[in-house]
Design a binder for this molecule. Sequence first.
Ligand code: SF4
Length: 226
Amino acid sequence: MTNEKRPLVRISIGGDTTFVEQVQIKEKRSPQKKSKNRRLPKDPKPKEWLAKELSQLRIADYKPFNFVDGEGVRCSLYVSGCKFACPGCYNKAAQSFSYGFEYTKELEDQIIADLGKDYVQGLTLLGGEPFLNTQVCLQLVDRIRAEYGTTKDIWSWTGYTWDELQLESADKLELLSKIDILVDGRFLEAKKDLTLQFRGSSNQRIIDVQKSLRQNKVVIWEKLSK
Ligand code: SF4
């Protein structure tokens, strides 16, 4: 027991005023803070979220010639809108479907021209959620295949897991069928690991899409190093 005086704080409960030690307030608040940190991303039912209802065909950002969104030099298109609401999301502003700017023919022409450079390996789709913006992504992917065939590879990030995508709408399955590499799954703060190659949490996988579709099981990218 000590005689040390602790600061008192005036509070009001049901109209009555009383004084309590500051430490009592902190103790009462801390469980709330913990429960907020434990919030998990949303889990949609199959076909619950549809691009045709959600997408506003908007883009959060376009970054040509970067080295961080997959293998080699890449052009990255960040679409607007994602409903997974992962705590700790790396691009929270892009969760809004109205964020950013309209996808235009001029932007598409620019992406196609940038991809034409010899040193560019391919396109990366991320966001936001590419699979909730399939109209934009499919239009661009189809044009890349028409102009470059398979000489440019296409990577996409998604909050959906591979298994969830198998139960999804036709547009999502079509986009999946046309890409090369998928980084799947929500970002989970409890599994955060910044040393991982191209992903933020250890539940996420780098999947070779074409091999996985052929073998009807998830096949991990053969160049995975960690
Ligand atoms: S899935 Fe990706 S973009 Fe969507 S909330 Fe989670 S981290 Fe953010």
